[in-house]
Design a protein around this ligand. Structure first.
Ligand code: VGL
Ligand code: ZN
Length: 206
């Protein structure tokens, strides 16, 4: 086999607090759940890894407004708001990367997260032999953007699933600018219509 590009799916922060009725509701955030479920099914059928991230904050953190940050408290560890959206098809034994659990850090990138064994995202991707991931979820202008930029810096290929992301837009246009920046830095984009992993199945079969 020649220079393989092994792909994976990264579903970012599809949690109750980032959905419209949550503490930091992203407008229409829940609308991407059925689309992400389709991507999850496509990657599952192709036998490719699927990772989930969750924003996972302690009750007191510099990330929250009362302690110096810009955000209302959200995704506090162990609360309903921190749980994944109930309709998200999280497979049993899925790898979940938690991020934002350091009370002194105000970071957004999944590359600052870790799984339950303490492995960083970069370690997990390398262990699984993944060098290209497809990213969807919330929020376009924070976690999706920062994770994509860190991935490119680390030498991974990134495809942003533009029908599977939504942004906060604290300032109007933030999400659009985020997408322009990640594309300029080398990210690709795709939608459900142009995703085709059939060659992955063929490679597995033969
Ligand atoms: C995020 C706002 C606040 C994110 C996290 O990961 O996109 N956005 N906390
Ligand atoms: Zn947060």
């Amino acid at each position: 086999m020649n220079a393989i590009s092994k792909k994976a799916l990264l579903v970012v922060d599809m949690q109750n607090d980032f959905c419209p009725s949550g503490a930091l509701g992203v407008p229409e955030g829940d609308r991407v759940v059925p689309i992400l479920n389709k991507y999850i099914e496509i990657f599952r059928q192709a036998g490719l890894p699927i990772y989930f991230t969750r924003d996972w904050h302690p009750p007191v953190t510099v990330h929250f407004k009362p302690y110096g940050g810009v955000w209302p408290p959200h995704c506090v560890q162990g609360t309903h708001g921190a749980e994944f959206h109930p309709d998200l098809a999280v497979p049993p034994r899925a790898v979940i990367m938690s991020k934002g659990d350091d009370p002194k850090q105000d970071s957004y990138s999944a590359f600052f997260g870790h799984d339950e064994k303490g492995r960083s995202l970069a370690e997990v991707l390398r262990e699984d032999g993944v060098n290209h991931f497809y990213i969807g979820g919330l929020a376009t202008d924070y976690c999706v953007k920062e994770t994509s930029l860190d991935a490119i810096k680390d030498g991974f290929e990134v495809t942003v699933l533009i029908d599977g992301v939504k942004g906060v837009d604290l300032s109007p246009g933030d999400s659009e600018r985020a997408m322009e920046e990640v594309k300029r830095k080398g990210a690709l984009t795709a939608t459900l219509e142009d995703i085709d992993l059939t060659h992955e199945k063929k490679r597995k079969a033969g």
